[in-house]
Design a protein around this ligand. Structure first.
Ligand SMILES: Cc1cc2nc3c(=O)[nH]c(=O)nc-3n(C[C@H](O)[C@H](O)[C@H](O)COP(=O)(O)OP(=O)(O)OC[C@H]3O[C@@H](n4cnc5c(N)ncnc54)[C@H](O)[C@@H]3O)c2cc1C
Length: 401
């Protein structure tokens, strides 16, 4: 069979892989991306499209680079490069429903503001002036005006198209099945179609990074976590911000819930619910979409009906108009959760010329563009951008004994 040769081979056509391909192609590198299905066929195509950002802060860290950097990239994709990705600087409101949540949010706002971030604590009345459908029963809202939204499929595909226009090759329906060393410093990759050879390999396979690592005798501690959502029928514009609720923030602040086999910030332990979690928005097409549950369910992408009911109820507590709106469809996707809660972006030291960009968990849509840009800079210059120190794979990737 014909052998395809390239300099840099990226495995995975989600937002992390597509952004890495785009930025490497911008540097003029010879890059090819392999995707087993379509671009954005997994988490990057089914997420809520919420882009988290609260500012650079006085001392920008990994999180501020990933969020604010991505915001800039989304903006330029939409406005300067002309891809209609439904980008909108919506801002976000987090609903406060209990006294304990209020006290926690008040402390958090003071702390974040002192660190230079753009957040505010609004009374319910003030919040209703910008989001009229909010329940009067709320105690207030955390306001994050820099947050934004975009359509996940359109945005991820735009990165892939922009990469191709800059010279990258994108091969769809190519599933990587084996990876072998080729000589001292190159790789031969077997796929469901023709084999490929490359000097540099980038694993950007989201919740499937563990399996790809295993092909190289490596343990990459990323676990698939099921996230699920539901949608209403389309309606005229009624919800303007990204909406969330403070319940899970407080719960995870108090007890992140991780151990050496469980990542932090899940809504369930086994079948037992630890907290409700809520995020959603109204899309340009008019559907109101909400989700929240994060459960370990191996590779099962079937939505859990009971969890969807709880989430619908929670959303209706915050936005009472949802009480009367039936659910028209549900779906789920698998998120790449790193065991220690920190993204894994950089060089894997145990093998030559091997890189990974993943572990973006429940906020990889909003952080993926900059994750890809930072990794592209690392590969291109040979120097690790200083902010990636925290995301260094060396801290957690190990050889399989
Ligand atoms: C329901 C839900 C809601 C979410 N909401 C938000 C949100 O509002 N905001 C936000 O920022 N994030 C959100 N997320 C998280 C976000 O979607 C993910 O963090 C992000 O999409 C991960 O991107 P990725 O490129 O790492 O992985 P993926 O998008 O999963 O891409 C990995 C790709 O690798 C491919 N692949 C895997 N194995 C192979 C192989 N062997 N060969 C070839 N290709 C392979 C897969 O087909 C896939 O396309 C949500 C996720 C879900 C599921």
């Amino acid at each position: 069979m014909h052998m395809i040769e390239t300099e840099i081979l990226i495995i995975g056509g989600g937002i992390a892989g597509a952004s890495t391909a785009y930025h490497l192609a911008q540097y003029g590198r010879h890059v090819m991306l392999l995707e087993r299905d379509e671009i954005a066929s997994e988490a990057s195509g089914v997420n809520a499209g919420a882009i988290g950002a609260i500012g650079w802060g006085n001392v920008p860290n990994l999180e501020s680079y990933l969020t604010m950097g991505s915001l800039e990239i989304f903006k330029s994709l939409h406005v300067e490069l002309g891809y209609d990705i439904e980008f909108r600087r919506s801002g976000a409101l987090q609903a406060i429903q209990t006294e304990a949540e209020y006290a926690y949010t008040q402390r958090r706002v003071m702390e974040l503001r002192s660190q230079g971030y753009t957040v505010d604590l609004l009374s319910t009345w003030e919040a209703q002036t910008i989001e009229p459908e909010l329940s009067p029963a709320l105690l207030g809202c955390l306001y994050m005006p820099l947050r934004a939204q975009a359509d996940p499929k359109k945005a991820t595909r735009a990165f892939a198209t922009a990469a191709e226009r800059s010279g990258a090759r994108i091969l769809l329906n190519h599933e990587v099945t084996e990876i072998h060393p080729h000589g001292d410093a190159a790789y031969q990759v077997e796929t469901s179609r023709e084999p490929c050879r490359a000097a540099i390999l980038v694993i950007a396979a989201g919740a499937w990074c563990g399996g790809l690592g295993a092909m190289l005798g490596l343990r990459i501690p990323i676990m698939p976590v099921r996230g699920q959502m539901w949608a209403s029928a389309p309606l005229p514009p009624r919800v303007f911000h990204t909406i969330s609720a403070a319940e899970s923030s407080l719960q995870w602040h108090t007890a992140p819930g991780n151990d050496n086999q469980t990542p932090p910030y899940l809504t369930h332990r086994g079948q037992q619910r630890l907290t409700r979690h809520l995020y959603g928005r109204q899309t340009r097409a008019g559907e109101i979409i909400f989700g929240g549950d994060r459960q370990l369910a191996e590779y099962d992408k079937t939505p859990d009906a009971a969890g969807i009911e709880v989430n619908h109820g929670h959303a209706a507590e915050v936005l009472p108009l949802l009480r009367e709106l039936p659910i028209t469809r549900t779906w789920a996707g698998l998120m790449p959760f790193p065991l220690d809660g920190v993204p894994i972006i950089g060089k894997i030291p145990q093998r030559p010329n091997l890189y990974v960009v993943s572990g973006l968990a429940s906020s990889g849509f909003g952080r993926g563009p900059m994750a890809g840009k930072l990794l592209a800079e690392y590969i291109h210059t040979g120097h690790r951008p200083h902010v990636l120190a925290e995301a260094d794979p060396a801290r957690c990737v190990t050889l399989v004994e």
